[in-house]
Design a protein around this ligand. Structure first.
Ligand code: ADP
Length: 401
């Protein structure tokens, strides 16, 4: 059975085509920077063909059309017709209160995704566009939505309620939902497999550090607390998002700075975090690290804030779990930046009082076959585990249909 796993974001569409259940990748690729002059397409198939070219489409619909055109292409394609695909699994960020499990997409589900757009304005709208585009190319097969919020459906009340009148939770659904659930779930499972321990007897802190960053306390295979909240804006500072701030700042911006909600939303989601602090026009941590190394003090401050906030979550979740067995670093920054991992674990006097001690050399050379980067005297294992949300989406789609 062939399953297409797709992640349609605001500026990119990424896909992987799997043969299931053996999880063989037939092809994968992405269109990045959709709508910009520099938009590019990359496609790879299982015969080793790599196809790169500028992408001309301006919309998610056009990006999906370009990718699917390659899947059925005479030379580089891996299927003869669209009809060989049995199901499409879509990453959807916010399922709100209504949905907490993978779900076959129908009009009612699309309506829910649209309604939750106000909670995830950067994500749900392009997710929905990706669904609509794929439905037009694959009209008669199941499309499954796999929600980032689903893994956090196990949060206990004391972790998901905010200290505001209860009616706002009951009547308006204002609560912590948590995000990056597929990623946290996937790496928690991989960590358990690596440590050869049943997930049901393991306490983990999973750090998904990418453009968006979130940290989750996983106890006995279940999410018990997570740093993102009602929307993916809460938690640590991120590439362009502010993370947790005093909510009175928003009121101050409205009443004293005369800023309208749309402007504040834009400012907090797209102009803040590393980008807003460093002031170099980029929220990509590679750019901010380069600026820091070149002596830019604001870039250095931005990096210190990012690292300091992650360290505080490690402390908080060590307390929530009453001691962690392992910490997992994953996603773009977590997997690829030994420098950030080292700053998180070893800054100042380190985290040895929490039982967390990094081995600098192992950290530098971490790999798929050597994911453990703690020193011998570390009580807590420190692991670098690549996340694979697309595989997790394909697995969950396969399981559902
Ligand atoms: P998303 O949250 O969009 O899925 P990713 O998990 O792909 O993001 O992570 C993107 C982030 O990873 C970017 O900020 C990028 O700078 C960072 N990143 C990628 N490679 C490296 C690297 N070698 N060193 C440091 N950061 C990296």
């Amino acid at each position: 059975m062939i399953i297409l796993s797709i992640n349609s974001g605001s500026s990119s569409v990424k896909f992987t085509l799997y043969r299931m259940p053996d999880e063989i990748i037939l092809a994968f690729g992405a269109v990045e920077r959709i709508g910009l002059q520099s938009a590019g397409l990359e496609y790879r198939n299982n015969r080793g063909n790599i196809h790169r070219r500028p992408a001309h489409g301006e919309t998610v619909q056009e990006a999906v059309a370009e990718l699917i055109g390659l899947l059925v292409h005479d030379d580089v394609g891996v299927i003869k017709t669209n009809q060989e695909v049995s199901a499409v699994g879509h990453r959807v960020v916010h399922g709100g209160q209504t949905i907490s499990a993978p779900t076959i997409i129908d009009d009612a589900v699309k309506q829910i995704i649209a309604e939750n757009s106000q909670l995830a304005p950067l994500h749900n709208p392009p997710n929905l566009k990706g669904i609509q585009a794929c439905e037009s190319f694959f009209p008669n097969i199941p499309h499954v939505a796999v929600f980032d919020t689903a893994f956090h459906a196990t949060l206990p009340e004391h972790a998901y309620l905010y200290g505001i009148p209860y009616a706002l939770y009951k009547d308006n659904g204002i609560r912590r939902y948590g995000f990056h659930g597929t990623s946290h779930q996937f790496v928690a499972g991989e960590a358990a497999a690596h440590l050869n321990r049943p997930p049901a007897r393991l306490k983990l802190i999973t750090c998904h550090l990418g453009n968006g960053s979130s940290i989750t306390a996983v106890k006995n295979g279940q999410s018990i607390d997570t740093s993102m909240g009602f929307t993916p804006l809460e938690g640590t500072i991120m590439g362009t998002r502010c993370g947790s701030i005093d909510p009175a700042i928003v009121v101050y911006m409205m009443t004293h700075l005369n800023m309208k909600p749309d402007r504040i939303d834009h400012l907090l989601n797209r102009q803040s975090g590393l980008k807003g602090l460093a002031g170099i026009g980029s929220g990509d941590i590679r750019d901010v690290l380069s600026a820091m190394h070149a002596g830019n003090p604001r870039a250095a401050a931005a990096i210190r804030l990012y690292v300091y906030q992650i360290r505080k979550y490690l402390g908080a979740y060590t307390a929530a779990l009453n001691g962690a067995d392992a910490i997992v670093f994953t996603a773009g920054i977590g997997e690829n930046s030994p420098e950030i991992r080292e700053m998180v674990c070893s800054w100042g006097n380190g985290l040895d009082n929490l039982g967390i001690v990094l081995d600098t050399e192992k950290n530098r050379t971490a790999s798929l076959t050597a994911p453990e980067i703690q020193s011998e005297n570390s009580r807590v294992k420190i692991l670098v585990i690549p996340t694979d949300e697309s595989l997790d989406i394909a697995r969950q789609t396969h399981a559902l249909i």
